[in-house]
Design a protein around this ligand. Structure first.
Ligand code: MF3
Ligand code: CO
Length: 249
């Protein structure tokens, strides 16, 4: 069942989304060669606590940290580590979720570490563009898979591939609510979008093939071919005035 939110509930989700966006602004400043993903996790957790926000990932199915930090060929769910030092030319996908007054905001962004190769920058640009094209389909009267199709079309036009095994999701009082939102598929399928739906749209895009595998820590998702991967995510409300991105400053 897809839970519709009232205007007031969406305002609360907007506050959660703003805190998540502020945490991303902090991360953006901190990402530099030499910092560890552990340092980023500490900084975000400290910030969220100061805002009276509750980190959404920590303890979720036993996940041990407040952010996911996924470097290069890691697609999603990289666990922050003192051993993972960011290097010039790498990319790091930082995923942050937080509850404020009982509602969740969820957003991911892939940051370049210093200067990256032109092909890598193309990956980041294509994935971010695909996210915004997907968001633009989050309109009353459209069907859910119109989002999926818009993402896939752009990604594949750019010569990249869309991860199949992980999807976006409804979000609200729970981080993961119905519906699941694949980043691929034909348009015109699935439920019709209604005012009050709140969706986390999150394309994961690979330079090489779309296949992924999970490492023995049971969290870290890597590309099977070890080509690099990017991840961009916003929490969005479907309203009569069009899509409203909640995870912004
Ligand atoms: N943004 C991710 C998601 O939507 C974050 C989940 S990571 C976990 O699923 F550790 F909390 F599982
Ligand atoms: Co998410």
């Amino acid at each position: 069942m897809i839970i519709l939110k009232s205007a007031e509930e969406i305002q609360t989700m907007r506050r959660a989304g703003r805190v998540v966006a502020q945490a991303h602004a902090l991360v953006r400043e901190l990402v530099k060669p030499g910092i560890t993903t552990w340092d980023l996790d500490r900084a975000v957790e400290e910030f969220l606590m100061k805002q009276n926000a509750v980190p959404a990932f920590k303890g979720y199915h036993g996940y041990p940290a407040s952010i996911c930090a996924s470097v290069n060929e890691v697609v999603v769910h990289g666990i922050p580590s003192r051993e993972v030092v960011l290097e010039e030319g790498s990319i790091v996908s930082i995923d942050i979720g937080a509850f404020v007054d009982g509602f969740c905001g969820d957003s991911a962004w892939t940051y370049p570490v210093g200067n990256v190769a032109p092909e890598v920058q193309r990956l980041l640009t294509a994935t971010e563009e695909a996210l915004f094209l997907g968001i633009d389909e989050a309109r009353v009267g459209n069907r859910l898979s119109d989002i999926s199709h818009a993402v896939q079309k752009h990604v594949e036009e750019q010569g990249f591939s869309v991860v199949r095994d992980y999807v976006g999701h409804g979000i609200g009082r729970e981080m993961h609510e119905a519906p699941q939102i694949p980043n691929f598929g034909p348009p015109g399928r699935g439920p019709r979008l209604k005012s009050g739906m709140t969706l986390a749209i999150e394309p994961m895009v690979n330079v090489g093939g779309y296949h992924v595998e999970v490492l023995t820590d049971n969290w870290t998702v890597v590309t099977r071919d070890k080509c690099w991967s990017a991840h961009f995510e916003h929490t969005v409300a479907v309203t009569d005035e069009g899509p409203v991105i909640l995870t912004v400053l």
